[in-house]
Design a binder for this molecule. Structure first.
Ligand SMILES: Cc1ncc(COP(=O)(O)O)c(C=O)c1O
Length: 456
C-alpha cells in the first residue's frame, strides 16, 4: 500500500477494444420493436436514423469490438482519464473505506459523453452522413456531440429541453462555440413540437419530447440527416466501456480491487461504462464486486418503474424496448440533474437489474448536493449534479463501512464536472432546492398507456 493519490495510464494503455456485455449477458435483452407494428425492427427501419456500422454494433454479440484508429486518435485528447484515491474525503469522513474515483470530467465537453459522441460522429462520417440531429437534457450530451461533429466536419442541430435551455445558457453557448445550432424544445419546427405547444404553450419540455423532435427531423429528411442518441442504446453503452477497462488497469496499479462500483444512472451509459468490465470479471472470473446504480427519487425508473415494453420517446416514434420505465409520457420535476430525467433505462441494465446482477438506489436532491459540496470541499472538483448522485452513494457506503468497522474498497465514476452548473449550486447554497419524490400513483397511471405488445 502506497500513499499515491493519482493512478495514471500512458497513451499506449488506451483500450483497443470496446467490451460488449451482450456476449456474456446471462439475461439477453428482449428484441427491439417497431413503434408502429410492435414487431421486431429490421435494420431497414433503424437505417433511417443510424449508419449501418452502429446498427451492427447495436445487435452484435461479439465480445470485443475494435476501436477504430481514427476514434482512438481523438480519444487521445483526454484519454486515458485519471483514477484518483479520494484520500481527503476519506479523512473528512473518518472512514476505514478506501474511496477511488474515475474522473471523466477531463474530456473537452466535461463529461463521459464524448466517448460515444466521437465514435458516433466517426461512423456517421464514414457512412456518408452530412448532418446529425440530437436532443440534450443537461447540455452535456449536446456539448459532446457538438465537439465530435466539429472534429469530423458534420453539421448538428440540437433540441435542448426548454427548462435546461433556460437554466444553463452557457452550455448552449458552448454547443454554439463548437458550431452547432441549438433549439429550446418543444419548438415550432416539428409537427410533434407544435402539437405539444398547442396543448401547453408553457411546456418545460422533457427528454422524451426532445428525442421525438430530433427523431422526426432525421426521419423526415429523406436521408439527409441522421440521429444520435447519448445513452440507452447498446452501442452507446458499448462505447463507454473504455472507462471500466481503464479503471481495471488503474485499480491494479493501486494494488486493490473494488468491493463496490458505483455510477449515477440516467439512461445508463456512464454506469454501464464503468460497471460492465467489472461485471465481466464477476461473470467469468469469479469476482464478486457489487454494482450499484444511483438514480434521483424524482426519476426513479429502476427503483419505482415497471420492467416492461415501452416507447423510447413521447411521440411514439422511437423504437419500443423492454426496460424499466416510468411511462413514455413522463414529465419530470425540474430537478437540477437534467441528465437523469429520462423515463426509461437501457434494456441491458434493466434485464441485469431484474435478474439481480445490478443493485439500484434512489437518492433525493438535497442530500445529493450535500454530498457534492462535501466532495468539492475535500477533493476540489465541483461535480456535475448527475455525478453527485454517485458521490452520495459512495459516501453512504463509506459511512456504512465505518459503522461496521469494515475496510471496503469503493470505486465510483465521477462522470462530469459541474462548472456549468453554478445555477444549481446557487439554488442549493441559498436554500432554494427542494426534494421531490415521483409518486407511485403516477407510475400506475402511466402504465395504462403502454404499447400492447404480444411478445412474452
Ligand atoms: C455528467 C453526467 N453524468 C451522468 C449522466 C446520465 O446519463 P447516463 O446514464 O447515460 O450516463 C449525464 C447525462 O446527461 C451526465 O451529463
Amino acid at each position: 500500500m502506497t500513499d499515491q493519490t493519482r493512478f495514471l495510464l500512458n497513451e499506449s494503455d488506451l483500450p483497443k477494444f470496446w467490451y460488449n456485455i451482450n456476449a456474456d449477458n446471462p439475461v439477453p435483452p428482449a428484441p427491439v420493436l417497431h413503434p408502429g407494428t410492435l414487431e421486431p425492427v429490421t435494420p431497414d427501419f433503424l437505417s433511417v436514423l443510424f449508419p449501418m456500422d452502429l446498427i451492427l454494433q447495436e445487435i452484435s454479440t461479439e465480445r470485443y469490438i475494435e476501436i477504430p484508429e481514427e476514434v482512438r486518435e481523438v480519444y487521445k485528447l483526454y484519454r486515458p482519464t485519471p483514477l484518483l484515491r479520494a484520500r481527503r474525503l476519506e479523512k473528512a469522513l473518518d472512514t476505514p473505506a478506501h474511496i477511488y474515483y474515475k474522473y471523466e470530467g477531463v474530456s473537452p465537453a466535461g463529461s463521459h459523453k464524448p466517448n460515444t459522441a466521437i465514435a458516433q460522429a466517426f461512423y456517421n462520417k464514414k457512412g456518408g452522413t452530412k448532418a446529425m440531429t440530437t436532443e440534450t437534457g443537461a447540455g452535456q450530451w449536446g456539448s459532446a456531440l457538438a465537439f465530435a461533429c466539429n472534429v469530423f466536419d458534420l453539421e448538428l442541430e440540437i433540441y435542448m429541453v426548454k427548462v435546461s435551455y433556460q437554466q444553463k445558457p452557457y452550455r448552449r453557448i458552448l454547443m454554439e462555440t463548437y458550431g452547432s445550432t441549438v433549439y429550446a424544445s418543444p419548438t415550432d419546427r416539428t409537427n410533434y413540437g407544435r402539437s405539444v405547444l398547442a396543448e401547453d404553450p408553457n411546456s418545460p419540455g422533457s427528454l422524451g419530447i426532445a428525442i421525438s423532435e430530433a427523431v422526426e427531423v432525421a426521419a423526415t429528411s429523406n436521408g439527409a440527416k441522421k440521429y444520435g442518441l447519448g445513452s440507452v442504446l447498446n452501442h452507446v453503452l458499448l462505447h463507454q466501456t473504455v472507462i471500466g477497462e481503464e479503471a481495471l488497469k488503474q485499480m491494479d496499479l493501486a494494488n486493490e480491487y473494488p468491493d463496490v462500483v458505483i455510477g449515477s444512472i440516467g439512461g445508463g451509459s456512464n454506469f454501464a461504462g464503468i460497471a460492465y468490465p467489472f461485471l465481466r470479471e464477476n461473470l467469468k472470473n469469479g469476482k464478486r464486486t457489487r454494482l450499484l446504480a444511483v438514480e434521483p427519487t424524482a426519476a426513479p425508473s429502476l427503483t419505482k418503474g415497471v420492467y416492461t415494453f415501452d416507447y423510447g420517446d413521447t411521440a411514439k416514434m422511437a423504437p419500443v424496448v423492454k426496460m424499466h420505465t416510468l411511462g413514455h409520457d413522463f414529465i419530470p420535476a425540474g430537478i437540477h440533474a437534467g441528465g437523469l430525467r429520462y423515463h426509461g433505462m437501457a434494456p441491458s441494465i434493466s434485464a441485469l437489474h431484474d435478474a439481480g446482477h445490478i443493485e439500484a438506489v434512489a437518492v433525493k436532491q438535497i442530500p445529493t448536493f450535500d454530498a457534492a459540496l462535501q466532495f468539492a470541499r475535500a477533493e476540489g472538483i465541483v461535480p456535475a449534479p448527475e455525478s453527485a448522485h454517485a458521490i452520495r452513494a459512495a459516501i453512504d457506503e463509506a459511512l456504512d463501512a465505518k459503522a461496521k468497522g469494515e475496510k471496503r474498497v469503493i470505486l465510483f465514476n465521477l462522470s462530469g464536472h459541474g462548472n456549468f452548473d453554478m445555477g444549481a449550486y446557487e439554488a442549493y447554497l441559498s436554500g432554494k432546492l427542494e426534494d421531490y419524490e415521483y409518486p407511485a400513483e403516477a407510475v400506475r397511471e402511466a402504465m395504462k398507456h403502454l404499447p400492447q405488445v404480444q411478445i412474452a
